[in-house]
Structures are given as C-alpha cells and as structure tokens.
Ligand binder design. Sequence first.
Ligand code: COA
Length: 322
Amino acid sequence: MTYSRIAGTGRYLPEKILTNFDLEKMVETSDEWIRTRTGVERRHIAAEDQSASDLSVEAAKVAMDDAGVSPEDIDMVIIGTTTPDLVFPNIATIVQHRLGIPACPAFSLETACSGFIYALSTADKFIKADGAKCVLVVGVECLTRLIDWSDRNTCVLFGDGAGAVIVKPSDEPGILSTHLGADGQYKDLLYYPSGPSRDLDKAGTKEVGIMMTGNEVFKVAVKTLGNVATKALEDAGIEQSELDWLVPHQANIRIIQATAKRLDLPMEKVIVTVQDHGNTSAASVPMALDVGVRDGRIKRGQLVLMEAFGGGFTWGSVLMRF
Ligand code: COA
C-alpha cells in the first residue's frame, strides 16, 4: 500500500511583532485579559508590502530544503488560505511561478482555519489515487488585513504567518487517516462580511471587520474538536494513550486544553504556539507542526494527530506517523 508521508516542514513568520502591551495602547484591553482568556501574548503582522504569496514562498523554501527537493521535483501545489493575494489567479499559481515549479496542478482551498487540514487531506488523496509524487502543501494567512483594529473582541486574537510541508508517497506509514467536515448552519457565528461577489467595495473599510460571536464559537469548537479527535483515533483503532503528539489549531489555549482533556492527553504532549503566533487560521497547524519538529519534540515514526476548526463551520483531522 502507498502512504503519503510528510518529507519536510517549514514556516515563515513576518518580522513585525505586536504584543498585548501594544494592543493596550490601541483598544480598551489588558495583557492579563488577553492572556487568561486566549493564551495569546504576541502575534506577527505582515509588512505592508508583504502578501500571502510572499509568506508562502519563504515557508515553502524551508520545507523544500528540509525534504531535499528542488522545484522540478514538485508536481502539485495546494494552498489553504482565506486571504490570497488576488481574486485570481489563485495564490498557488503565484507561488508555483515564484518558486520556479514547472507546469503542474496548482490550486487553493478556502476553508478558513481548516484550510491546511483540507489541503493536506487533498494531497493525500492525489498521492494515493492519482499518482502525485511530490506535493507542496501550504497553509498561509494575512488575516490581520481583515481586522477592524478598533474592535477589541477580534483584534487581539489573530496573527499572520505561513506553514508548509512537502508530501511524498512512501511504503512506510504515513498519513493513516483524514476526516473532514463542515456545517453551514453556523455561518453567521464567524464570517467576514465582504467578498468578490458581495460588498467588495466595503472590504478594508471601517464598516467591515471579522464578525464573531466568540462565546458561541468557543462552545461549538470545543465540542466539535473533541468529537473530531476521538473519531480519528476510534476509526484507526488507536488508543488515546498511543498518541505521541496532538498538534491542534491554535485559536485559544482554553479550546486546546479542553481537547487535550477529552483525549486524556497531558499538555506535555500538545504542541502549543498560540502564545507566540495568535490565531493564524490556515497557517496555525503547519507552523505548530514545524515548531514541534524543529525543536526536536516530534520525531520520525511518532503518532501525531493534527486537527482544526474554523469559519463555516469547517473542521478536520489528519492522523499520521510522522
Ligand atoms: N479585552 C477586554 N475585555 C474584552 C475583550 C478584550 N480584548 N474582548 C471582549 N471583552 C469583554 C467583553 O466585552 C465582555 O464584557 P461584558 O461582560 O462587560 O459584556 C467580556 O469581556 C466577556 O466577553 P466574552 O465574549 O463572553 O468572553 P469569553 O470568555 O467568551 O472570551 C473569546 C472571548 C473571544 C476569547 C472567546 O470567546 C473565544 O476564544 N472564542 C472562540 C474564538 C475563536 O476561536 N475564533 C476562531 C475560531 S477558528
């Protein structure tokens, strides 16, 4: 059986850092409130002249180097993001061209914070069913571009960044299972009220920002992520105690702790980056994976569960031997 396996990881964070203390000067909030309610201490903000493709290219270069692949080796590019450079061409083609990757399928997926999990799951299917040999998968976001910086309910939560992986076929496991889900009935709890075919003229104006009913999102996120994580293990016939690492979406430390508790997993087995990155949406899981791999915690052959949840709502998991 052919498995898909992550052959290399990378991340890129923009230079500029915005701390909770900086935010105290912008809105009525406090470092203490943000830290205790969300776990966030600082977040990175893309420079004015940086777009999502710039962040993606930097993260991809690191992942390609880690995997020892050159642009000619790559035969597919999939990018999860809700903040692409342009309406079209899609961001994956921009990144493909910038990296010198020869003609191949290149497309983006827009499933909010689950973007990377959806993209990685898609890469897994193309490798197993369609003979793809080397897929560049990126989760990237410049979500701070959509923020109303006078809204304390949302402006303290988000950050920018990119995470990338190279996925290749392997006789050794590999991705063991992927589970994806969505339920549009929750669309009004978390959304951005402007897009290419609706109120585009309002984008980036004071009138619109990320709309979120935070406490309702919180409740559904905790329940859904608990269910997603336990289902991934149950379907694979794997005991919770066998899991080496949980690499969760980094939205809120309290959501992460609740998922770990549901899995009976000590926090020492959870990769947490929310304090340094904030919620970077589609970039959060691949960046957390890269952090865990590069600091030596996540080792080859270990059992890793990645999961995410985002606007829509959408959600998903990837269970793998790294
Ligand atoms: N600083 C200080 N006070 C703030 C604040 C801030 N940045 N943001 C909100 N508050 C206030 C509210 O106005 C409210 O005040 P009130 O009681 O006087 O009305 C109070 O804090 C409590 O607000 P509430 O929204 O109930 O807080 P909470 O405990 O639910 O925490 C979130 C708010 C946003 C941190 C939390 O709901 C959350 O993380 N939700 C999930 C968000 C998420 O993950 N989104 C992305 C999903 S991918």
